[in-house]
Structures are given as C-alpha cells and as structure tokens.
Write a protein that binds this ligand. Structure first.
Ligand SMILES: [Zn+2]
Length: 755
C-alpha cells in the first residue's frame, strides 16, 4: 500500500510541474506587456467636420449706384454684416434629434467681373436668339396666361414676353463658368453667386425665363415662367441671379401664394436702395443655406451594394399592362442616374409587375380622401411585405423597395398632391424603409416612370428637395442640443439642374425638338446634390473610422496589450489616422469626390472620399484583427481556467499526501523510539540478570563454602546441634531465592533453581 501511494505521488508531481510551466507561460504571454502598456493614442481628427466656405459674390455689369452705394466695397460690408457667417449641414430631418454632419464658416468676398468678362458675356448672350412665332400653341397659351397674371399683379408695368427658356439660363451659367476660368480662375473652385440685371443686356427688355412641364393632376402642359435664378450644373458651384428678371411667382405647378411674388420682387419695382440691398442680402444668404450647404433627409448609408426593388402595382382597367409600363421606364437611365450620384456604391435593380387582381389585398391600403385615392404608405409596405411582393433577402445590401401604384385616376401616397414619398423605417428612422409613388397612367405615357423613380431613389439616398431647407425661425433644440429643423419651401430655389426639384424642365435644344415626351424632366442630379451626398458620405465614413478605431483600442486596453504588440494593427492605425487627416484636409478644400478620376474603390487617392474610405477601411480591418485576438483570448480563457483548476486540485492532493507522509514518519519515529526503549530495557534487564547470576554464583559459592564449613563443623560438633543449624541455613536460602524471583518475574529468562 505504502509503495503504491508513493509511486502515484511521483507521477503527479511531474504533472504539476508541467502544468505550472504551461499555465505560467500562457499567463506570461497574456500579461507580458502590462508594465509597458501605454496611453491610447488620440484620434487626429474631430467630428463634425468644419470647413471654410469661400463665397464670392460676383457683380456682372452692375454699378454701385444700382444698390445706392458709392463703391462695391460697401456692398461687401453690407453682405458681411447681414449674411449668415455660419452654415450647417444636417442629416436625419425626420428625427427628433438630427445629426450634425458639418459646419462651415462663410468667407464672403464681393468681386466685380472685369470689363472684358462682361463685354464678351453680353456678346455671347446676343447670339441666343428666339423665335416666339415658332412656339407651340400650348406654350403660347401658357405665355398669354402668365402675362395676364403678371400684368394684373404689377399693374401693367411689365413688358416682358415669354422669350427665354431655362436652357438659356443654363447657357448663362456655363458662360459664367467659362469667363470665370478665363478671367478670375482663382475663384473657380469656390462658391460663386453671379448678380446681373438682364434687362440691360437684353436691350431694355425684361427677360422672362420659363420652364415647361406637365401637371400629372391636370394632364395638361404647363409652363412655369418667371424664374430668375439658376445653378447647380456640373460646370461648377455657380448660381446666377438675374435681379431684373421676373422671379418665379408661383408655388409648385399652379399659382398658390402671392407671397412668393412679394418675397422676391424684381429689383426694378423700386428705386429704394434699402429694398435693393435687402433683396441681395436675402438671395446670398438663402443661396448659401439652400444650395451651397444643402441638408439631407436621410442619413446616407455607405453600403457597397444597393438593391432597388421596383414593383409596379397596376390598378388600371384599360391601361396598357406590363408591356406599356416597360415602354415608359428606362432601367438604364435610372441606374446611370444613381451611378452619377454616388459612383462609390453599386446599384442593382429588380423589377416586377402585379395587376391588382393578382394582389387584391393591396387595394385595402387605399382609401378615399376628398375624392382622391390616397395610399396608406405604411400599410402598403406592410401588406406588400406580407404578400412577399417585396422582400429583404440579401444581407449586407441596402434594400429599398419602390412601390409604384399606377391608376386611371389620381392616386397619391400619404396625402392628396403627393406624387411619391420616401418613407422612414419605423425601426430606425435615420434611414428610409422604402418608396411609395402614385402615378396616373396617362401621365406615364407622357412623362414615363423614370423621373419619379429617380427622384424618389434620390430621397432614399438622403437628398432633400432643392427648394426645401432649414427654416431657422422654426428650429427648436433637440435632445443632444442639435437644432431640430423644419422644412421651409422656397420655390424660388426650385430651378436647379436636378431631378430632385419638382420643377419639370424641358430639355430644349432648339425649337424643332421642343418636346421630349418620354423624359421631359431631369434624370440627373445637381452639383449641389452631389456635394451634399459626398459630404455626408465622407462624414459617415469618418464617423465609422472613429468608431472602429475607438472600439479596437478599447479591446486592446481590456486585454492589457499595447498597440506595439501588433505590428499589423499599428500599421493599420497609422494608415487610418494619416488617411483621416488627409480626408479632412481635402474636405476643407471642398475636394469631396472626383467623378472623372474615379476608377473604383481604392484605385485613386485624389479626393476626400478616397481618403475617408481608406481611413474607414483601415480602422475596420484593424478592429477585426484585434477583435480576432480578443476572440482567441475568449477561446483560451476557459482552457486556462480548467488548467488552473487542475493545478489547484493537484496541489491540494500533494499537500494531503505530504501530510500523510509526515504522519507515517511520525509513527515510524514513535516505533523507533519504543524499540530503542525496549532495547534499552532489555540491556538493563540483561545487566540485572548478569548481576543476579553473579549474586547467585556468589551465593552458591557461599553456600558451598558454608556446606564445606558445615561438613567440617559436623565433623567437629555433635550430631543434634549439627542438625538444627543445617535446617536454619536451608530456610534462609529459600527466602532469599523467593524474593529474587518475585522481583524479576517480567524477565523472560528462567532463573536457575538453587541446587
Ligand atoms: Zn420629392
């Protein structure tokens, strides 16, 4: 038994040593750098982004007297003290607490266009000739209606005619860009507002610019006349304002509010310099707010792939069915519009068609409001989802369903008058859930479906209408202190080169091609749309860069490991930080994204987007690397615990075995001691015995000697006397022997009897 226990302990001890070394090595690795762990490096950039906004107000052929001033420097003073000095870009208008994406410090400068600039520009303008006689009848009628209206409003002071199309305004913007590059190239990349008085350039005639479209409600051609401002072309961040043209007097498609006219009267109606200066201040201020620092509706998503799921629900009884709808929709135009807007994402579209008789449940999502069919948007999306008409099937893809109801009569999503609506996701209202649009079949035949779908898809990517912007007078603080914006409709800002506006704009090249029936409206986006989306996307990418960076470094801190321990992680952080700094630098120069240089993600590094994307990607990769380490630690931790438990079990057992050994040793010592005692006692007894034996011998000898003496005495004394003496002697010997025997009873050795 003792032998087997001992053998077991030997094996266990070896095991314990191996275990201890293993555990120590593991623990050592994990805590190797505790002493050298250092402070987490601070991010080199901060959000929200901030940039200067260089705004040049360029007067073209205007004299200071026009504003009642003695020098243009005075105009700069007036603008500097009355135009906003800060502008902010927000996302998430539908949130209680919108997200502040970027702030801009306005740097105003008033410049006079050089004389040659003005002379060449006026010469070019004279080349734009019109032939009103060739106008189509319906446009002539619209012209007459407009003239009647304006005459009654201005009391007959207007002498303008329907002479200049929006294409002319486009030409004006292009000329401004051209002569700026030629004569003032330093401001070409800035934000420029060109002020002119067209009347002086057009031989004293008051120019009236117009756009033309079709009202889906009335299904009649409708000219919108009287715009005096145009911009947003890709030629640059330029806005041209003709202070002497008749401004847009109407709201959307029909006269709604005379207030619009009163708010933006042409400058010739009054000679009061304060009125004129007030108008210029108002234009410059609102152009900055509405065009230059445009806000968004939804937060942009940076997702590699977007899936637009276009579903047509056909409610018509006499409509052309699926083939007719297909003829009035261009997937190529739709996809190319999306690609122009945000080339850094991939767009995929899926198209499907249902007749209402196939999905009768969808009819239940339509109710009648004031005689119109109105779609309950949330119910329509819910029902479509339940029926499997729309389904989010692919992970990692931004899925956007676009439900288009086509009807014989007016049909509106949400409320009468709405053509389409990008509906918020109730789970996360920062993003849209999908689009619902209502289209009259007859209008599809003229306008097609493409415009509506492009417009609504623009909303889902985050874009607001150009004529809608923050109404500062209605802003209230949100939860985090950001101002909760409310939209203001300023129709005067509807005329930009964008599909995001409601103004239906004809692509007029010459009078032979006045009508482009299929796609009469813009199928692309303005430079301000692109800027707004690029800025927001950069801001989001940098937001995620900061998020992953912080998360990754927090994980490292939790693991007690410095970044130096990760060669790859350290390099990625450096790359991410450098890229973020570069992204901010280019953002501040307004080099957001270069669509001409773009060849694919990561193929070029020329814009803020490119660097922001790299910063995001590097931080994200670093995060994944470090989280991988954390996961490995999480995987090994239970094993380490198990080993530690084994070690502690075994040391417990070792201790108890040691205690047993001690006990055995103690018992052995005891036995050894008692044996020693026994041996000692035995020696003592032996000595006693030897002594007794010697005593006995001496007694024997004494007895022998006495016997001899007795025999000799016998021989000499009488026989009687001799007898008594002998008996007494024998008795004495017997007594002595008995005493000795009594004392040594414990001894094993037999005492020889006295003979
Ligand atoms: Zn819209």
């Amino acid at each position: 038994m003792g032998k087997s226990v001992r053998q077991y302990d030997t094996v266990s001890l070896k095991g314990i040593v191996v275990l201890c070394v293993t555990v120590l090595l593991v623990l050592q690795t994990a805590s190797f750098h505790v002493a050298s762990a250092q402070k987490v490096p601070e991010p080199p950039i901060r959000l929200p982004l901030n940039a200067p906004l260089p705004v040049n107000v360029v007067t073209v052929g205007l004299k200071p007297e026009f504003f009642g001033l003695d020098s243009m420097a005075k105009l700069q003073q007036v603008l500097e003290s009355n135009v906003r000095s800060k502008a902010a870009s927000y996302a998430g208008f539908l949130l209680d607490d919108p997200i502040l994406l970027a702030t801009f410090d306005v740097e105003l400068q008033v410049l006079e266009a050089p004389q040659r600039f003005v002379a060449e520009f006026v010469n070019d303008l004279s080349l734009i000739t019109k032939d009103p006689a060739r106008l189509p009848l319906e446009l002539k009628q619209a012209n007459q209606n407009y003239r009647d209206f304006v005459r009654s409003f201005y009391g007959g002071t207007i002498a303008g005619s329907l002479t200049y199309t929006v294409t002319d305004m486009e030409a004006v913007v292009q000329l401004m860009a051209y002569y700026t590059e030629k004569y003032v190239p330093a401001i070409l990349e800035d934000y420029n507002v060109y002020l002119l008085c067209g009347t002086t350039f057009f031989g004293g005639k008051i120019p009236v610019y117009y756009t033309l479209g079709y009202t889906p409600e009335r299904q009649v051609p409708n000219a919108i006349v009287g715009l005096n401002m145009y911009g947003g072309m890709w030629t640059g961040r330029h806005v041209v304002i003709d202070l002497c043209a008749v401004p847009n007097p109407f709201g959307n498609f029909a006269p709604r509010s005379e207030q619009d006219i009163l708010n933006y009267l042409p400058l010739w109606v009054s000679n009061d310099p304060n009125f004129r200066l007030g108008m210029v201040v108002k234009y410059v201020d609102e152009v900055i707010d509405t065009f230059f620092v445009k806000s968004l509706v939804y937060l942009p998503r940076y997702q590699v792939t977007y899936l637009f799921d276009v579903v047509v629900i056909d409610l018509t009884t006499s409509g052309g069915g699926v083939s007719s709808l297909i003829n009035h929709f261009s997937p190529e135009l739709f996809e190319s519009a999306m690609k122009q807007l945000a080339p850094y994402n991939y767009y995929t579209s899926r198209y499907s068609y249902y007749h209402i008789s196939d999905v009768p449940q969808m009819r239940q999502t339509i109710r009648t409001v004031r005689g119109y069919q109105v779609i309950d948007v949330e119910a329509a999306l819910d029902t479509a989802q339940r029926l499997g008409i729309i389904k989010e099937t692919v992970k990692g893809v931004a899925y956007t369903p676009i439900l288009v109801f086509v009807s014989d009569s007016n049909i509106f999503p949400d409320s009468p008058g709405t053509l389409g609506i990008a509906w918020p996701d109730s789970q996360d209202p920062r993003y849209p859930r999908g689009v619902v649009a209502g289209v009259v079949y007859q209008s599809i035949q003229r306008e097609g479906l493409t415009f509506t779908i492009i417009h609504e898809a623009g909303h889902t990517l985050g874009l607001a209408h150009p004529f809608q912007d923050l109404d500062e007078s209605q802003m209230t603080p949100g939860k985090s202190g950001n101002l909760r914006p409310s939209f203001a409709n300023r129709w005067i800002y509807a005329y930009v080169d964008s599909s995001m506006t409601y103004a239906s704009v004809l692509q007029v090249t010459d009078y032979r091609e006045l009508f482009v029936y299929k796609y009469p409206m813009r199928t692309f986006f303005s430079i301000f749309d692109l800027d707004a989306l690029d800025r927001a996307t950069i801001s989001m990418l940098l937001y995620y860069y900061l998020l992953y960076r912080t998360e990754a470094l927090n994980v490292l801190e939790k693991l007690n490991r410095p970044l130096e321990a990760f060669e790859k992680g350290k390099k990625l952080l450096e790359l991410a930080d450098q890229s973020a700094v570069e992204a901010v630098k280019l953002f501040q120069q307004h080099k957001y994204f270069d669509r001409l240089e773009f060849e694919g993600l990561g193929s070029q590094l020329v814009s803020s987007f490119d660097y922001a994307w790299l910063a995001y990607l590097s931080a994200y990769t670093m995060y994944n690397l470090i989280v991988g380490v954390q996961d490995a630690a999480a995987f090994f931790e239970p094993q380490i615990e198990e080993l530690q438990k084994k070690v502690s079990d075994l040391s417990g057992r070792l201790q108890s075995t040691m205690a047993q050994l001690d006990e055995t040793k103690r018992q052995l010592d005891q036995v050894r001691n008692s044996l020693e005692e026994e041996r000692r006692q035995r020696t003592a007894i032996q000595a006693d015995l030897d002594k007794t034996r010697a005593d006995l011998q001496r007694t024997q000898d004494a007895l022998t000697s006495k016997e001899k003496e007795l025999a000799e005495a016998n021989a000499r004394a009488s026989t009687y006397m001799y007898g008594i003496v002998g008996v007494a002697a024998v008795a004495a010997v017997l007594v002595a022997s008995t005493l000795l025997l009594g004392r040594r009873r414990s001894a094993v050795i037999t005492v020889p009897k006295p003979s």
